[in-house]
Design a protein around this ligand. Structure first.
Ligand SMILES: [Zn+2]
Length: 267
């Protein structure tokens, strides 16, 4: 709350938010897309696991919101298909901070399995991570049949370690944010166009001719400026007619509009 944290990364535990659990002999599903905060009928042990997962989610959202509101940035990492992204708390954080979803495959950074991952990030300066599997290597399966009664075993625990190249990519970009978060906009601020290519001298003024639409709008209510008269008649194919004098009363204005209508009808 002192504003000392300029960047917060949360690798929030995703074990209970996984969408990998199915009733196929492996760990049972604890959540569904329509019930991302946990299923209604769960054993006591599973209820405790879901509660713990929810606490991690709320603490993550709370901390990220705090850092962001104090001028910092954050990133939250979870599997691409994690049900954490579906929760109301996360949706609320996304809408408040306009955070971006940066999706990538961890195998592109040297991980043994594909591990499609999402980094929810409050800045686009980390978008170097958005690399998908190049398809030129073999993957280790994370869901395998065990030796006992063909029971499914998840080896996701081993895949929780971030590959080195991913850490390096994130760390380099976080350094950029720390040193100068607006560095990527520097060319915009530099006015890099050579002097010879500029239309005018820097700082010189240019007379503003006004909007043609403004005159049209004025003429539509029957209230015309001198300039509007000239420009309107030059647009139309009608011959310009000379005004005997500038109307000053309401009756004269009405007569003028009537004459104009007759002229227009003749066209
Ligand atoms: Zn791959």
């Amino acid at each position: 709350m002192a504003g000392l944290v300029f960047f917060l990364h949360c690798g929030t535990p995703c074990n209970t938010f996984t969408s990998a659990g199915k009733n196929d002999g492996g760990p049972p599903p604890l959540r569904f897309a329509l019930e991302p905060m946990g299923l209604q009928e769960l054993s006591e042990d599973n209820q405790a696991l879901v509660l713990l997962g929810n606490i991690f989610l709320f603490r993550t959202v709370e901390a990220c919101r705090l850092v962001f509101n104090l001028g910092g940035n954050f990133s939250i990492e979870n599997p691409l298909l994690s049900l954490m992204w579906q929760t109301q708390a996360m949706q609320q954080l996304i809408s408040e901070t306009r955070a971006l979803a940066l999706d990538f495959d961890q195998c592109a950074f040297g991980a043994p399995s594909v591990k499609p991952t999402r980094l929810l990030c409050s800045t686009d300066l980390l978008d170097d991570v958005c690399v998908r599997c190049p398809g030129n290597h073999l993957h280790v399966q994370l869901k395998v049949r065990g030796p006992r009664a063909g029971k499914l075993i998840f080896r996701t625990k081993a895949a929780q370690i971030y590959p080195w190249a991913l850490c390096a990519s994130i760390a380099m970009n976080v350094t950029v944010i720390y040193e100068d978060a607006l560095a990527h906009l520097s060319t915009t601020f530099c006015l890099t166009t050579p002097v010879a290519d500029r239309k005018r001298e820097l700082g010189s003024s240019k007379p503003w001719p006004g909007h043609r639409q403004a005159d049209t709008a004025l003429s539509s209510v029957g209230w015309l400026s001198t300039q509007a008269w000239g420009s309107m008649w030059s647009w139309s194919r009608a011959k310009p007619f000379a005004l005997p004098c500038w109307p000053s009363t309401r009756l004269q204005w009405r007569l003028l509009c009537l004459i104009r209508l007759i002229k227009l009808c003749k066209i």
